[in-house]
Design a protein. Sequence first.
Length: 244
Amino acid sequence: MGLLDGKVAIITGAGSGQGAAEARMFAREGAALVVVADLSTSQGEQVAAELQGVGRFVALDVCDAGGWRELVDRTVSDSGGVDVLVNNAGIWLSKGVLETSPEEFRHVVEVNQTGVFLGMWAVAPVMRDAGHGSIVNISSNAGLRGGGMPQAYAASKWAVRGMSRSAAWELAPFGVRVNAVCPGFIATPMIEGGDKTLAHLASISRSGRVGTPEEVARLVTFLASDQSSYISGAEVAIDDAYTT
């Protein structure tokens, strides 16, 4: 028996990094369908092909409300519902308030914050009507602190925490849970500077190493599963005590 036996899941940004690790783990844990949602330029189709016959790649711009509606409608039509949504897609901008242009700020917020809202907006009615569901929104340790964090990125990830709490309260009477995960230094393609940056991040981590996408995926899988049935509105840091 797997933690996600028979469940239908949508994971955004699943063409690489944490999202791809989550998709692979969901398949191993028995999910009936894992929708790998990512940009058409991603490696999402390749990731979906690896998922033991349960993967489906869907090209999605998370900023597109119509694309979200079409994705959810198709998933419900083909599979009967949506049990899990992981809002994982996000972009990074390593600039402070003095360097960030209004256009750059809006773009980061559009992907990292509005994209999460649109995912919940599209999926929540389906979960409400079914009487169950789990939404996991990926925030960041940049959403837990201000000092040393890039302006637009931190702002968007703080917003994800607030949106998750609000949605958790609103949807709890319908059996729908919403939680936020706040990763710290994780070895993903989003890290600029490659091995040199990863080595620096490891040096300032409390245990002297960075985390892996698989470690984040294990946490997300738990929150997606019925094992976490009384957990909603939580914000779980997975950052080696960096924000403690």
